[in-house]
Design a protein around this ligand. Structure first.
Ligand code: NIG
Ligand code: FE
Length: 389
């Protein structure tokens, strides 16, 4: 992961929405022969766009009132137990129209593209009823259809137990499997199925039951695993062929051993750990074990109200001791793989989508994570066009 090929003084040719070729300047085709726009990037860097493989950007309202509880010392779990958290978002979402949800998510998507994101995964999970989960997934489907960047949709009906099912967990799981999943499959509303496998949320056994049913409906697994505790989420994800297991704030030798030899990507969300004061995941130990660490934002109104991948890359270096090259690989090509989009995005290669970041003039690659809080992105090229122009 520390190997990130770079060319000083290079050219890059994009045609329509694709990358055609690139190379060192002494191999540059005669510029006079090339029709179309030429962009002088002297002093700047050109990188593949970020691939953000974990987000919850469809929601009805921010939860900044919970932020104040947090500042006063309450933990994420205490806020959730008080009826805050995911259930708070579910109440607000039930009242919102599909159009309102689309418009607010569309704005978030635009601002993420402006920050350099060129591919995105979006989850449901603030519905928790069949009607509201389907509403969220239809919004994600419309985002997919209208978005200039590729989007993957994930069904997260098992995000929290609705209060009405407090004394009958099995009934809610049955609703997920027997009512929500067939409707989702019928309308082709989700690529993946996710479960919040966590103390106080869903057990590993429940997680296995849900993702196995998801697989029968054509949805591969992605798991919220080991965020608040050693939940068994990593092991159940690997055992069920999950594309990724995400969070991993609690990740020891057993989890690392389970991941070795699997195709499951360990996905780390350091801006979430930062925001709710959790331990940072052991990125170095995962990489030393030969595992393809992935970075994503987890943008959501409760634990990560931010879709800024550059900040995620900074935190990865500052708090998890990833080298800039490792962090950028984790936030681009590995993120693409965690959405099964590695053939299309995540690197600058002929034939891939022409989604690239042009930085402001910066001294070196290391400046990108080093200058935390500074937006180094000058322009974003999406499908071969400068975004917003
Ligand atoms: O990934 N962990 C579960 N889900 C989200 C938080 C959701 C919320 O608080 O609204 C997460 O951190
Ligand atoms: Fe999440």
């Amino acid at each position: 992961m520390a190997h990130l090929p770079q060319i000083d003084n290079a050219w890059l040719h994009m045609k329509r929405d694709r990358i055609v070729d690139f190379g060192a300047m002494d191999t540059c085709p005669k510029l006079a022969d090339i029709k179309g726009k030429k962009i002088d990037c002297t002093g700047k860097m050109v990188l593949p766009c970020w691939c953000d493989s974990h987000s919850h950007i469809v929601f009805a309202a921010y939860r900044e009132e919970e932020f104040i509880y947090k500042v006063k010392g309450m933990t994420y779990e205490e806020i959730a137990a008080k009826g805050g958290g995911i259930l708070n978002s579910a109440r607000r979402l039930a009242e919102a129209t599909e159009e309102e949800l689309f418009q607010s998510a569309w704005k978030r998507l635009q601002s993420m593209i402006r920050l350099g994101t060129g591919a995105l995964e979006i989850k449901s999970g603030y519905g928790l009823t069949t009607e509201s989960e389907l509403k969220m997934l239809r919004v994600i489907k419309r985002l997919k259809a209208e978005s200039p960047i590729p989007i993957k949709a994930t069904f997260l009906g098992a995000h929290s137990l609705p209060p009405a099912y407090k004394n009958d967990r099995a009934a809610y799981i049955s609703l997920i499997i027997n009512e929500m999943m067939p409707a989702i499959a019928r309308d082709n509303l989700a690529d993946y199925c996710d479960v919040f496998c966590e103390r106080g949320f869903f057990t590993p056994e429940e997680t296995a039951e849900i993702v196995q049913a998801g697989a029968r409906h054509g949805m591969k697994a992605k798991i919220h695993a080991n965020q608040l505790d050693y939940s068994g989420g990593v092991q159940v994800g690997v055992a069920n062929g999950a594309i990724s297991v995400d969070h991993l704030e609690h990740c020891g030798e057993g989890e690392i051993a389970a991941l070795q030899g699997s195709n499951t990507m360990p996905t780390l969300l350091p801006s979430c750990a930062f925001f709710i004061n959790l331990p940072f995941p052991p990125a170095r130990a995962l990489m030393q074990a030969g595992l393809p660490v992935t970075l994503a934002t987890d943008y959501n109104p409760g634990s990560t109200p931010s879709g800024n991948m550059q900040f995620v890359v900074s935190l990865a270096c500052i708090k998890m001791k990833m080298l800039p090259e490792e962090a950028i690989n984790a936030a681009t090509i590995n993120g693409a793989r965690a959405m099964e989009l590695e053939h299309l995005v995540g690197s600058i290669e002929p034939g891939k989508r022409a989604n690239v970041i042009i930085t402001k003039p910066i001294p070196s690659l290391a400046y990108i994570p080093y200058a935390f809080g500074e937006d180094v992105v000058e322009e974003v090229v999406i499908n071969g066009r400068i975004w917003g122009k």
